[in-house]
Design a protein around this ligand. Structure first.
Ligand SMILES: *Cc1c(COP(=O)(O)O)cnc(C)c1O
Length: 367
């Protein structure tokens, strides 16, 4: 029998979800609202799923205060599917798009978009990873169909602290790992998308928020399942959606609402990440973060141990595992340690991590 006690999960995605939500799902798993059927056995055209589909859209609209002239879509294909979908739906206007590449995911998005049109990188690939070149230095193409950036680079730990100005060109943002962690002014965006499995649900569903005037111009090659205009028209039930993922996501959004909404999520993510970055400063260099201070992520905190001593980092991970602190390994492309601090991760979880870091340093730092 496995333990039912929850571990300390610092995973980057799929990631920790609120225990309360999982228990709720468990409770109604065999019989959804006394129907005698599981939700995952029900038609996506049933009245039960129709309500979930409506409720999840309402919750996104309320939490992010999405204006009336935006549609909310629930799609599949993951964040990577959205990289292609964004290009196929938007690049047609002028055939070109601007991309700000600040890390792994925006680099992939730019590469994907280049299959469909001309991609201009607004600054050269950062010679120093872990920084965002000042907005005044970006070389924008005034003819771009849209300007694309990733609000929070999950792998690299780089987060924008502002919304880039685009002089009227529609702005597209990948918010997969930062959505619902802070308030945002949706009216500044053309499109926002987020794969749910980082901060708001299980894998399988992507939330897309799109300004209505950007609909209606997909490329001919765009598959119907990726066609924002078509999905909007079909109210996100063009074909079978990931019903279970949407259902759990709806529950997570209600949990956020019950727990103080985005003001509270923002406050807590400041506290949690502040505690961890503060601990690094206090360690006198034993723990170090390679990211510029003005763009350090509140959601994914990468750090090195002993100046990047891989043996010591391996030991750090092993000892952490023994304390049931899981999924702390940095992404395979960057190495080191990464602690992801999504909404469901508590301040108490982070305190335990920091305590472990202090003890580990005492035992292993070279005197
Ligand atoms: C995880 C992630 C993706 C990729 O999502 P998939 O669902 O695995 O395709 C894209 N962008 C960001 C910011 C991510 O964190």
């Amino acid at each position: 029998m496995g333990s039912t006690q929850s571990a300390l999960n610092f995973g980057a995605g799929p990631a920790k979800l609120p225990r309360e939500v999982l228990e709720d799902v468990q409770k109604e798993f065999l019989s959804y609202q006394d129907t005698g059927m599981s939700l995952i056995e029900m038609s996506h055209r049933s009245k039960e799923y129709t309500k979930i589909n409506a409720d999840v859209q309402t919750a996104v609209r309320e939490l992010l205060q999405v204006p009336d002239n935006y549609k909310i879509l629930l799609m599949q294909g993951g964040g990577c599917g959205a990289f292609a979908a964004v290009a196929m739906n938007l690049i047609n206007r002028t055939g070109a798009a601007d991309y700000a590449v600040t890390g792994t995911w925006s680099a992939k998005a730019a590469k994907e978009a280049a299959k469909y049109g001309e991609v201009n990188l607004v600054f050269p690939k950062a010679d120093k990873p872990g920084s965002i070149p000042d907005r005044s230095t970006w070389k924008m193409n005034p003819q771009a169909s849209y300007v694309y950036y990733c609000d929070n680079e999950t792998v690299d730990g780089v987060e924008f602290s502002y919304i880039p100005e685009t002089n009227g060109v529609p702005l597209v943002s990948d918010m997969s790992s930062s959505i619902m962690s802070k308030k945002i002014d949706v009216s500044k965006f053309g499109v926002i998308f987020a794969g749910a499995q980082k901060n708001i649900g299980p894998s399988g569903v992507v939330v897309v928020i799109i300004r209505e005037d950007l609909l209606g111009n997909p490329m001919k090659c765009c598959p119907s399942v990726f066609d924002f205009t078509h999905i909007a028209k079909e109210n996100s039930v063009h074909n079978t959606p990931a019903t279970f993922s949407v259902y759990v996501t709806e529950k997570v959004l209600q949990w956020i609402k019950r727990n103080g909404g985005l003001d509270e999520m923002a406050k807590q993510s400041q506290e949690k990440s502040g505690l961890l970055y503060g601990a690094m400063v206090a360690s006198g260099g034993f723990y170090s973060c390679p990211i510029d201070e003005d763009c350090r992520s509140r959601m994914n905190v990468p750090f090195r141990v002993g100046g990047g001593d891989e043996k010591l980092e391996e030991l750090f991970l092993q000892e952490a595992e023994k304390l049931r602190m899981h999924q702390l390994k940095g992404h395979r492309s960057v190495g080191g340690i990464r602690a992801s601090l999504y909404n469901a991760v508590t301040l108490a979880d982070v305190r335990l991590l920091v305590q472990f870091m202090e003890e580990f340093q005492k035992r292993h730092a070279k005197q």
